[in-house]
Write a protein that binds this ligand. Structure first.
Ligand SMILES: Nc1nc(=O)c2c([nH]1)NC[C@@H]1CN(c3ccc(C(=O)N[C@@H](CCC(=O)O)C(=O)O)cc3)CN21
Ligand SMILES: CC(C)C(=O)C(=O)O
Ligand SMILES: [Mg+2]
Length: 271
């Protein structure tokens, strides 16, 4: 499993499928479904830990999630998202933290930013760490930039295109485009050799990513315009638990077949 595969897919205009996962069985399901890459996103802060943003998660938690995902999906390309403050303080701390995600089982790391992270990405790539970029709406900066799509003005378009090109030149193997207007995402995808992975960035990216809990409808708190829910997970899980609950209450579960029997007198029944 190598980053060259994704360049080839782009050349052949084969779309790249990415999904997030954070635990063993989710990763196992994603691998069984044959996705191209799994992102262990810092969105774990929201969907695994119940926080209201991605500021409130660190390396310790991300390492735990990456290790679990690697065990569930040993043959799928795994990207570890660098959490807030794991790469901003200094380049040496950033490289150390990127290395820790690789040691935990990631095949590559992702970090948010444009021109500001170019020197850092160059260093990481120099040291053999595959890096995915992430531009457009960058959630770790929402306190400064707000929650909004990007590429709506000529100025924003130029910033995005310049950032994308600089990230490619710095050695990034792919770039996430988050909530970038469709024409701008199309233009970036056409002008870069490396694949773009879109979330809320329209039809013309080289691949797409969605968060596990969002696309399975487990997250009943999140309804952005870009989301398509492929399952009504919250309701289905709730109904199953309600069925379990009522069967316990009315004595239908457990049945005799779910119970263990004592050894009968004079029998050679094994435990
Ligand atoms: N569960 C989950 N899914 C995600 O996609 C996700 C996370 N968490 N956490 C990290 C970031 C944050 N993301 C977000 C957060 C909010 C909006 C949002 O409120 N979008 C609205 C308003 C946009 C606007 O006003 O322009 C939308 O309708 O798209 C979108 C993406 C995407 N990422
Ligand atoms: C939404 C994707 C791109 C992400 O960064 C995450 O899940 O953390
Ligand atoms: Mg993220």
């Amino acid at each position: 499993m190598s980053i060259r595969k994704f360049l080839k897919m782009k050349k052949k205009q084969e779309k790249i499928v990415m999904i997030t996962a954070y635990d063993y069985f989710s990763a196992k399901i994603a691998e069984a479904a044959n996705v191209d890459m799994i992102l262990v996103g810092d969105s774990a802060s929201n969907v695994m830990l119940g926080n209201n943003d991605t500021i409130k998660i660190g390396m310790e938690e991300m390492i735990i999630f990456v290790k679990a995902v690697k065990k569930g999906a040993p043959n799928t390309f795994i990207i570890g998202d660098m959490p807030f403050l794991s790469y901003q303080v200094s380049d040496s701390e950033a490289i150390k933290n990127a290395g820790l995600l690789l040691k935990a089982g990631a095949d590559a790391i992702k970090l948010e930013g444009g021109l500001n992270v170019v020197p850092l990405i160059k260093k990481m790539v120099d040291f053999g760490i595959p890096v995915m970029g992430h531009i457009g709406f960058t959630p770790q900066s929402y306190k400064q930039i707000g929650i909004t799509s990007k590429g709506k003005t000529q100025t924003e378009e130029e910033v995005l295109l310049n950032s994308a090109k600089a990230l490619e030149n710095s050695g990034a193997f792919s770039i996430v485009l988050e909530m970038v207007t469709e024409p701008v995402a199309k233009k970036i995808s056409e002008e870069l050799a490396i694949p773009t992975i879109g979330i809320g960035s329209g039809r013309f990216c080289d691949g797409q990513v969605l968060v596990w809990h969002d696309l399975l409808g487990l997250n009943n708190e999140f309804e952005p315009k870009f989301l398509k829910k492929y399952l009504n997970g919250f309701e289905l899980f709730k109904e199953a638990i309600e069925n379990y609950s009522s069967e316990v209450k009315n004595g239908k579960f457990p049945e005799a077949k779910h119970a263990y029997k004592p050894i009968e007198e004079g029998s050679d029944q094994k435990l």
